[in-house]
Design a protein around this ligand. Structure first.
Ligand SMILES: [Cu+2]
Length: 158
């Protein structure tokens, strides 16, 4: 009878153990939705068009954490700052404002000539400026402030 009882108990407990094991596996396999973004800015440089008082800033965003969104940009060195994307449409380069930009988890976003850039208008001291400060605003990550060196046209990255 002893065997009979233990067998019965094991039979009763088995569904509970299976459910528990299932929960543990689920917890181990589910994506870490709470992982915070870990963003850094590298390879930043700017181009100024002095006659127009405009500038474009280029850089690469590296994200070593969870997903985030770039939701704005500002600059103490210009009147207006915004995220733009250049695209060729019917043989013409056109720029579009990108008020929000997805930053994938553990991914990169490249701002480069002919594509994404931070567009500045009303650049102060545009003729003589050697660096431009911009601040990037994210939905999740704290603001990132970068001082970008100004490169003349015709140098690397053009
Ligand atoms: Cu632009």
């Amino acid at each position: 009878m002893k065997f009979g009882i233990s067998h019965l108990l094991a039979g009763l407990l088995r569904p509970a153990w299976l459910a528990l094991a299932g929960l543990i596996m689920l917890a181990a396999c589910s994506p870490k939705t709470t992982e915070p973004p870990a963003i850094r800015v590298e390879k930043a440089f700017a181009r100024i068009v002095p006659v127009a008082g405009t500038a474009a800033v280029y850089f690469t965003l590296y994200n070593d954490g969870g997903p985030d969104r770039l939701i704005g940009v500002s600059s103490p060195d210009a009147k207006i700052a915004m995220v733009h994307e250049s695209r060729e449409e019917k043989g013409m380069m056109r720029m579009h404002a990108r008020p929000e930009l997805e930053i994938p988890a553990h991914g990169e976003v490249h701002f480069a000539p002919g594509g994404l850039h931070v567009m500045l208008q009303g650049v102060k001291d545009a003729e003589s400026r050697r660096a431009i400060v911009i601040t990037l605003h994210f939905a999740g990550h704290p603001d990132i402030r970068v001082s970008t060196p100004v490169r003349p046209f015709g140098t690397q990255g053009s």
